[in-house]
Design a protein around this ligand. Structure first.
Ligand SMILES: [Fe+2]
Length: 470
């Protein structure tokens, strides 16, 4: 419900036990932990003692009412960022306005609570996780305006960085990569139109939503800035709540869009990798001695990367890198690639082209950029005597160094036309011998840590044994 994996803690402040029971029933969902108090004083005490993700409060309570409670919570930095839902019997415009003035994130009438509480809680928790705490770049040449906006944004859990004109803002956009830009239109040096135009024409930053603000309400001003690519427009003067509502909406839409985009890219990448992997499998299947080699390398490199504490996304990419590290062999002629006997010097120099061919195959695919070094540099040697670029030591990208160890081990333990696959003991001995000459010492050490894990026995070893038996 909360849209996030960790347990959410909600504090309910209400003096009616039947109302508390109703809220508990409405919010009874795994992932939500509820605590209750019957007045504002106790609520304030609990908020200072423990961390809560949201508070739901009645207005009329003994000892301290809900409005005073909100005011008190706004005074402390720790509690002022926690979203508050005020629930009241009365929902006149004045009540609602007072609620928002004292820092409530939502105001519900008791009659509508049954239908709307669950959704409101869910929306607020989602916003708090994904929208608030974003970095907003505020650009205005008026110090007074900046100060008011900065205060309002910070009170609502946003992080803020400020600039006095478009030129200063350009540098900050590049160095700080804000999540949204809120910008005045009329400024010295570079005005808001110029900044918006520059932003939208620069691919790496063009995705950042741009919100314009100006005292000019003429339609043509709004039309012009929207045409330049602005996501929204605010007419000065505006209240903090107007600003927050607009930013929440734009950032929520933007975040959902980014999520959908990344999911689309993930699916596309999966389909692409599957088709390229089939090519590699077909390539390897023609030669019984290399059958399953790339898959085996993939298992080892992902195991090693997990041990290193690599991020999940990187491990997934490295799995693809392992599978595609020899993709360039597609470009090598069959009579050379499949030759059973010893290769001539000329033939070996053709084989040595496969890393560069692999790099060229992967280069046009943006989502696989990170694994290009795996394809291009897995035959580099730690001592600088490898190919294609004779890179030395740490100049060889780390993923390529890891792949080189996995590649060497799998090659040594696989059958070749001229010799049977070595035992683990023999292969380990050879790998130890070339530690620091052919192979990166740290990666060799990491490899030996990996072979001691259940991942090696149950994953790689099992699959290898199956492949040998086939
Ligand atoms: Fe290779």
């Amino acid at each position: 419900m909360a849209g996030d994996n960790h347990q959410k803690r909600i504090l309910i402040a209400d003096d009616s036990s039947s109302v508390i029971l109703l809220y508990k029933q409405l919010l009874c969902t795994p992932g939500i932990e509820i605590e209750t108090v019957s007045n504002g004083v106790d609520a304030l005490k609990r908020m200072s003692e423990a961390a809560f993700d949201l508070i739901i409060t009645d207005v009329h309570m003994p000892h301290m009412d809900g409005i005073t409670l909100c005011r008190e919570l706004q005074k402390e930095e720790v509690t002022q960022k926690v979203p508050i839902i005020i629930v009241s019997d009365f929902d006149s415009e004045t009540d609602v306005e007072t609620g928002f003035e004292v820092g409530a994130s939502a105001y519900l009438g008791k009659k509508e609570v049954r239908d709307t509480l669950c959704r409101t809680v869910s929306d607020l928790l989602w916003k708090y996780d994904h929208v608030r705490q974003k970095l907003i770049l505020v650009v205005d040449d008026s110090k007074a305006t900046i100060s008011v906006i900065e205060k309002g944004l910070k009170e609502n859990s946003f992080n803020v960085v400020t600039a006095s004109d478009g030129l200063v803002a350009k540098d900050l956009v590049i160095s700080m990569n804000p999540d949204l830009i809120l910008c005045d239109l009329r400024m010295p040096n570079l005005d808001g139109y110029g900044l918006c135009k520059w932003l939208k024409m620069n691919a790496p930053v063009a995705h950042i939503p741009f919100v314009a603000m100006s005292s000019g309400e003429e339609q043509y001003v709004i039309r012009r800035i929207i045409q330049y690519g602005a996501a929204g427009y605010l007419s000065k003067p505006f209240s903090t709540s107007q600003l927050i509502v607009l930013l929440d909406r734009i950032l929520s839409d933007h975040f959902r869009f980014l999520l959908q985009e990344s999911e689309r890219l993930r699916i596309e990448r999966g389909a692409l990798v599957n088709s390229i992997s089939s090519l590699v499998t077909a390539l390897e299947a023609r030669d019984p001695y290399t059958k399953g080699h790339s898959e085996s390398v993939s298992i080892i490199v992902t195991g090693m990367a997990s041990l290193m504490g690599a991020e999940r996304d990187d491990i997934d990419l490295l799995a693809i890198g392992g599978r595609l590290h020899d993709i360039g062999k597609i470009g090598i002629r069959d009579h050379v690639l499949l030759k059973p006997g010893r290769l001539t010097e000329e033939e070996f120099s053709q084989i040595k082209e496969h890393p560069t061919i692999g790099k060229r195959i992967l280069e046009p695919i943006p989502s696989l950029t990170k694994i290009i070094p795996v394809a291009n540099s897995h035959h580099e040697r730690w001592d600088g005597n490898g190919y294609p670029d004779k890179l030395r030591g740490e100049k060889i990208p780390i993923w390529a160094r890891i792949t080189a160890v996995a590649d060497t081990y799998d090659a040594l333990t696989s059958d070749r036309p001229y010799r049977a696959g070595m035992t683990d003991a023999k292969a380990f001995e050879i790998i130890r011998e070339v530690r620091g000459t052919q192979l990166c010492p740290d990666c060799v050490d990491l490899f030996f840590r990996y072979v001691e894990t259940p991942g090696f026995i149950n994953g790689y070893r099992k699959r290898k044994d199956e492949a040998i038996r086939m």
